[in-house]
Design a protein around this ligand. Structure first.
Ligand SMILES: [Ca+2]
Length: 200
């Protein structure tokens, strides 16, 4: 887990090396297995210039959306100046939080940049035989040019999904109901933990 040099007793020499193959360290790792399902390079200016070409990552186990800024030559994550994350491993909850963009997605299996430039998240709920939801992440205060440069509106703890049509009154309320139902079916943390055990 993490860069090979961080693993005692492991070196490239003991890896099976297929002809023409080469080893590369992971760009980032989580000490606790996450089940990463999708990586989206955000080719959009919808969230302002600081998020353009940033990297969104989602996991199926905890339904967490992560965000990483690529380094200047786009060969890895821009974490050099972070004393806890420059080892490219999220070892603790605090380190995981530092790269977390949003939570509460049940289980993420698809992230896409939409034709409108916004971010779309498709979820999968194993507790309800795979029922999923499609979320659209919008920039904060998207109306008017004053929103340029503002970060997207995603609360730290729980994502409130936007309605599928913001011009439709009550769309947001309906979306919130949907999330509440999902949470009820999830029984919060206990089942999540069972799920992660099943995966390992
Ligand atoms: Ca670390």
């Amino acid at each position: 887990m993490g860069p090979i040099a961080a693993n005692t007793g492991v070196s490239e020499a003991i890896l099976v090396n297929m002809p023409g193959s080469q080893y590369a360290d992971p760009a980032f790792s989580w000490a606790e297995s996450r089940g990463v399902t999708d990586i989206e390079f955000f080719n959009s200016t919808a969230f302002g210039p600081s998020y353009e070409n940033g990297i969104f990552v989602g996991d199926i186990t905890t339904g967490t959306l992560f965000y990483f800024e690529p380094n200047a030559d786009r060969t890895g994550m821009n974490l050099e100046s972070d004393p806890l994350l420059n080892d490219l491993i999220a070892d603790s909850d605090d380190e995981t939080s530092a790269v977390t963009f949003g939570t509460g997605f049940t289980g993420i299996n698809e992230i896409e940049t939409g034709p409108d430039g916004n971010l779309y998240i498709l979820t999968f709920d194993r507790e309800t035989e795979g029922q999923g939801s499609l979320y659209r992440i919008l920039p904060a205060g998207e109306e008017g040019s004053s929103s340029a440069g503002l970060p997207p509106s995603v609360p730290q703890d729980t994502v409130t999904p936007p309605g599928t049509d913001e011009s439709e009154a009550g769309a947001e309320e309906g979306a919130e109901d949907e999330v509440n139902e999902n949470n009820d079916n999830n029984n919060e943390g206990e089942d999540q933990e069972e799920n992660s055990n099943e995966n390992e």
